[in-house]
Design a protein. Structure first.
Length: 318
């Protein structure tokens, strides 16, 4: 059931966009949407997507214009207010659905890789980074990526005492691996990233992949985003990004990608996120179970630390 308030919001934005008469409004549920998502069908059978925010926010018009200016694989913004956005309807199934239904063909992964390559082609001055960039401004600051990885490893000790105490003696070697890779980390190019690494935030049709939900773009080493994609994909398919992804994306930057994969997985597995998921009264039970299933997979990956360290030694120039 679509509330009267949402119908009014939809009517205002549809009118602002100069679109045809609405004939149907259908809510989308599941996947842990933070906002109310409604698919609008018009009298000419075209569609658009209405995103209604839980709290008023700054209009995303400027950010959407930036994405469009650079020809990025993002749905076009049709109209916006502080309460909702009306965006282009993107065809296709989510990458998560493709994986779970066994339809994630080489073509699907190649399209996903090509989409991320287009995003990462938007360059910024090296040495600058920023996360959760606002809808109307990008604030970038000088960052030391090696220092940030060292901090994640240090912060993991408490969680490792609970999850895998036998790995704690290996952290010294991981610190050495970060030091060895520091020149590559600090010399990496800075680029735009989508920021919200989620298998449900990629729609794949027969000829293109579209990245949706651009609420948390970031700027930094693109190898970090590839590593996070690799990590998140592995939670669904056990193996991570297949070669077909890199056929579309290009050669990953090493040792940065592998080092980010190891350290970011370690950091997430040992964080309090999974305790928070379990205790969140508003999180649906199916999503709680999904998170509960993810944690052992993350710990299993981290438990292969000796093999990860050996690979990093092979990848890092002497």
């Amino acid at each position: 059931m679509i509330s009267q308030e949402i119908q009014v919001l939809a009517g205002e934005l549809v009118a602002a966009a100069g679109l045809p008469q609405m004939v149907d409004l259908s809510p989308l549920t599941g996947r842990g949407f933070e906002n109310t998502i409604v698919v609008i069908t018009f009298e000419d059978e075209s569609k658009a997507v209405l995103r209604v925010f839980t709290e008023a926010r700054e209009s995303e018009t400027a950010r959407a214009a930036f994405l469009a200016q650079h020809g990025l694989p993002a749905p076009a913004l049709l109209a916006a207010s502080e309460h909702a956005s009306l965006i282009e309807f993107a065809e296709g199934a989510t990458l998560g659905d493709h994986i779970e239904e066994g339809t994630d063909t080489e073509q699907v992964w190649q399209l996903v890789g090509a989409a991320y390559a287009r995003v990462h082609a938007v360059a910024f001055p090296s040495g600058l980074a920023g996360e959760d960039l606002g809808p109307s401004r990008f604030v970038l600051t000088p960052r030391d990526p090696a220092a940030e990885l060292h901090a994640i490893v240090e912060d993991s000790v408490r969680g490792l005492h609970r999850l895998a105490p036998g790995l704690i003696p290996l952290l010294g070697e991981l610190h050495l691996a970060i030091d060895a890779a520091a020149p590559s980390l600090r010399g990496a190019r800075s680029a735009l990233g989508h920021g919200d690494i989620n298998m449900w935030n990629v729609l794949v049709s027969t000829d293109r992949a579209t990245l949706i939900d651009w609420d948390f773009p970031r700027v930094g080493d693109p190898a970090k985003e590839v590593a996070l994609l690799h990590k998140h994909a592995s939670l669904y398919n056990e193996t991570g990004l297949p070669p077909a992804f890199f056929a579309g994306y290009g050669t990953p930057q090493e040792p940065n990608t592998t080092l980010h994969r190891v350290v970011q997985t370690l950091g997430w597995a040992t964080s309090d996120d999974f305790i928070d998921f379990e205790n969140d009264p508003h999180l649906p039970e199916d999503l709680k179970q999904r998170a509960k299933n993810w944690l052992p997979k993350l710990v299993a990956y981290v438990s292969e630390m000796p093999a990860h360290l050996e690979r990093l030694r092979e990848l890092t120039p002497r």
